[in-house]
Design a protein around this ligand. Structure first.
Ligand code: AHR
Length: 325
């Protein structure tokens, strides 16, 4: 595994963080109540993330009000409004998309309930609308996927004038889809023989990943050299489509995806996936600690970036027993 160092950044907005936390502290030693709005259950990653949040809340003695938005922003907005009405101590959520949050987050601010973003970021003008964002650097994940790919093709001596890539994007408008694409394209810009010939959303699901890959194969067929999937689930769906089209995944088409879930390791160990870039869903413990710190009137870091690596197929069998999700 290639390891990257942990970055912990604490910047700006410390005064507003402190003000919110002091005002929102629960009285009388009652357990902290945390309202959490989850995106849905679209992927193996998301299931592990939900499990991490639920078990960490239990462990920390925090009362968790959990709501599944079933991939719909309007459901998340409803859930956040209901947390405000219930006067929870802290609200946390993993946003479906980056935009459209200002009104509901203003309502939370007015109610003096601090908001923590986990996993994904939002695009808001007023940065005081949330106190912290904890999770991966999605752009770096895209860069890591691109760098691994260029390096792999060079080492294999694959120097065609054009290397044709198809891309399965995550949910349209979501932070990871936007950032992973940007990071990957940044690497391609420096390697102009690598070209994205088709790119479409597979909504982070296996079923959609398979469906879109089938369409790519129909129009592009043997033209496709590489698949870049924004998550492992879509890659696993696409692998099925490639096999059904009579081709060999990871041999006829080089495949790199993101998350590093167990399913991806299994695919690598059976020779069907070339590389997965890690994105850790195990955010529960740090979220609970942040909720406790806020309630104790402590300042919490504005941005916490998860420590992550890259796993090519060669290391899959050795690393598999260590995987926690
Ligand atoms: O936001 C994290 C992304 O969302 C994961 O990569 C993907 O699997 C999930 O659905």
């Amino acid at each position: 595994m290639i390891k990257f160092s942990k970055i912990l950044s604490v910047c700006g907005l410390s005064l507003s963080v402190l003000a919110l936390s002091v005002m929102a502290a629960p009285k009388g030693g009652k357990p902290i109540v945390l309202g959490f709005s989850q995106v849905g259950a679209e992927s193996e990653w998301r299931t592990a993330n939900t499990e991490s949040i639920k078990s960490a809340a239990k462990e920390a003695g925090i009362t968790l009000k959990f709501s599944d938005a079933m991939n719909k922003q309007e459901n998340q907005i409803k859930a956040i409004r209901s947390f405000i009405a219930q006067k929870v101590d802290v609200i946390a959520f993993s946003p479906t998309t980056t935009t459209g949050w200002e009104p509901v987050l203003q309502e939370a601010k007015k109610a003096k309930i601090p908001v923590i973003l986990t996993d994904r970021g939002v695009d808001v003008k007023d940065e005081s609308l949330y106190v912290s964002l904890m999770g991966s650097d999605f752009k770096i994940e895209g860069v890591r996927a691109g760098e691994w790919l260029v390096d792999y093709m060079n080492k294999k001596g694959i120097t065609k004038p054009t290397i044709n890539i198809v891309e399965l994007q995550g949910t349209t408008g979501s932070d990871p889809a936007i950032q992973r694409k940007a990071g990957f394209e940044e690497v391609l810009a420096k390697n102009p023989n690598f070209k994205i010939i088709r790119s479409q959303t597979g909504d982070f699901t296996r079923a959609k990943g398979k469906e879109v890959m089938e369409a790519f194969l129909k129009t592009e067929g043997k033209n496709i050299d590489v698949l870049f999937a924004h998550n492992d689930d879509m890659a696993i769906g696409a692998i099925q489509a490639i096999e059904e089209a009579g081709m060999k995944p990871a041999t006829d088409i080089v495949i790199v995806s993101i998350d590093a879930v167990k399913g991806a390791f299994e695919a690598m160990m059976s020779g069907k996936l070339n590389c997965t870039v890690e994105c850790s869903p195990l955010l529960g413990p740090q979220l609970m600690q942040a909720a406790k710190d806020l309630m104790a009137g402590k300042e919490i870091p504005r941005r916490v970036i998860t420590d992550e690596g890259v796993f090519p197929a060669e290391v899959a069998a050795k690393e598999f027993p260590n995987r926690k999700y």
